[in-house]
Ligand binder design. Structure first.
Ligand SMILES: *[C@@H]1O[C@H](CO)[C@@H](O)[C@H](O)[C@H]1NC(C)=O
Ligand SMILES: *[C@@H]1O[C@H](CO)[C@@H](O)[C@H](O)[C@H]1NC(C)=O
Ligand SMILES: CC(=O)N[C@H]1CO[C@H](CO)[C@@H](O)[C@@H]1O
Length: 433
């Protein structure tokens, strides 16, 4: 591990303490060799050490070229051993060329209209993404019919700038708010819902949609009924089918896409409301991607890490692990969820606290200058601070190291990733993608 980290450091980095220690010990050796009888030894020493220096430099360069050309790796910032100063000074620095992708599987980024930084990030790091999903639409019941709300959120200027900046597909998210009993039972309403979504895609030139409905259906309690559950899956297939029948305006030969949002199974023994491996198989032909919400493991009543690595591993095993066939066919469609926000929990009895985003985190680091700790079990960084009235807080917020471990996990399965959301992170997180 330590060896690997060394390879990630660039050869000339005089400002790193370890290198200073190394070079001063080398200077000591040279003075030792400077004895009257040692002229030949000195010459030999210089030749040998130059050869070694060149070899080490060459090895480091070639390993950098192969694996880790991004700035954050070169600076040795992707490490468990981080501190608030490094984060405060480095978080805005990224590789000069922001077009180079380091994560080869699909990357979906969510953008929320209430945090405009996400719109900026989508333009600046466009090439890092294959899919961008602005959170714009709700499909709602209206009297006996349906209406798709959210066109007022859609920003045409931004979409056309995005198209100039790169190739990421734009798939706005649609949340199905409409009462599911009616919608799923009545064929006319199902057709209407699908028609509204498809028409909006055509009129606005979208590349498809991200649909969120499963969590709503679970909340309404309809998934315990086998007939309703089957109608629910049928609806998603029908929408996928309808979108696939339309060609994208942007990329010739490409159909409109459907990405479906799914939650993590609640336990290894699946409940009726859990979206499980069989459901993945049922929908896999009609759905282009599954946005898997692997975050929010903890909450103010149970303060802790946002997405423990072990928990993520268990979820991936439940969904993909049972058959090699499934892993091979379905893994490329999974977008493993990665949070770019964190949590600030109060440790008092009132169980308060909640989500924080990048700028809140930086402000806390500046104010409290805390010691960051690495929680090996969850694979997340955290720190403690004391607020007014002596109330202790714990803060979990993603770090380069925590994100890189999740990327490696996703990579080992051949999965894509999805980020909630791209305006909530720090600039240098994008250097990992
Ligand atoms: C990183 O960014 C900081 C602040 O913008 C700057 O002072 C520093 O020189 C940068 N480091 C490098 C190596 O570019
Ligand atoms: C950045 O990298 C991309 C992909 O490797 C390359 O096509 C492009 O020319 C590079 N841009 C610059 C300014 O070096
Ligand atoms: C982004 C990237 O390619 N990271 C790699 C850097 O190098 C280490 C070890 O050589 C790999 O484990 C990372 O995946």
């Amino acid at each position: 591990m330590a060896k690997k980290r060394d390879h990630q450091r660039p050869a000339p980095s005089p400002d790193r303490r370890e290198n200073q220690i190394k070079s001063s010990s080398r200077r000591e050796k040279r003075t030792e060799a400077h004895s009257p009888s040692g002229a030949i030894k000195v010459a030999a020493f210089f030749i040998v050490s130059s050869v070694i220096a060149i070899a080490v430099y060459w090895l480091r360069q070639s390993s950098l070229l192969q694996h880790n050309r991004s700035y954050v790796y070169q600076r040795g910032l992707v490490t468990t051993d981080t501190n608030f100063q490094d984060i405060l000074t480095e978080n805005t620095n990224v590789s000069e060329n922001t077009s180079i992708r380091h994560y080869t599987y699909p990357v979906l980024g969510y953008i929320t209209p209430w945090n405009s930084l996400g719109y900026e990030m989508a333009k600046r790091f466009n090439s890092k993404f294959t899919h961008l999903s602005p959170v714009w639409y709700d499909l709602k019941s209206q009297q006996s019919s349906l209406v798709l709300e959210g066109r007022h959120n859609a920003d045409r200027g931004w979409i056309s700038e995005l198209k100039k900046a790169g190739e990421a597909l734009v798939l706005p998210r649609v949340v199905l708010e409409a009462s599911p009993e009616e919608l799923l039972r009545k064929k006319k309403l199902r057709n209407k819902a699908i028609d509204l979504i498809v028409t909006e895609c055509k009129e606005m030139g979208y590349d498809g949609v991200v649909l969120e409905s499963w969590s709503r259906w679970a909340a309404y309690g309809i998934l315990h009924d086998p007939i309703m559950r089957s109608l629910a899956l049928q609806f998603v297939k029908q929408l996928g089918d309808a979108l696939h029948s339309i060609m994208s305006e942007k990329v010739s030969g490409q159909k409109l896409q459907l990405v479906y949002v799914i939650g993590p199974p609640s336990s290894e023994k699946l409940q009726p409301h859990d979206f499980g491996p069989k459901d993945l198989e049922t929908l896999s032909k009609d759905v282009d991607g599954f946005s898997l919400m692997t975050y929010d493991f903890s909450n103010p009543h149970k303060p802790g890490p946002n997405a423990p690595l072990e928990w993520i591993q268990i979820i991936l095993r439940i969904l993909l692990g049972a058959s090699a066939n499934r892993a091979q066919n379905i893994a490329p469609k999974i977008f493993l969820g990665i949070n770019f926000y964190g949590n600030d929990f109060s440790l008092s009895k009132d169980s308060s606290g909640g989500a924080i985003i990048g700028r809140d985190y930086l402000a806390l680091l500046e104010k409290h200058r805390p010691a960051l700790e690495w929680d090996k079990n969850s694979g997340e960084h955290l720190f403690f601070y004391t607020a007014d009235k002596d109330i202790k807080h714990v803060v979990f917020y993603p770090s380069l190291k925590s994100i890189s471990l999740r990327l490696e996990e996703a990579r080992s399965w051949g999965c894509g990733i999805s980020i909630w959301e791209i305006g909530q992170g720090l600039d240098y997180f994008f250097d990992l993608l």
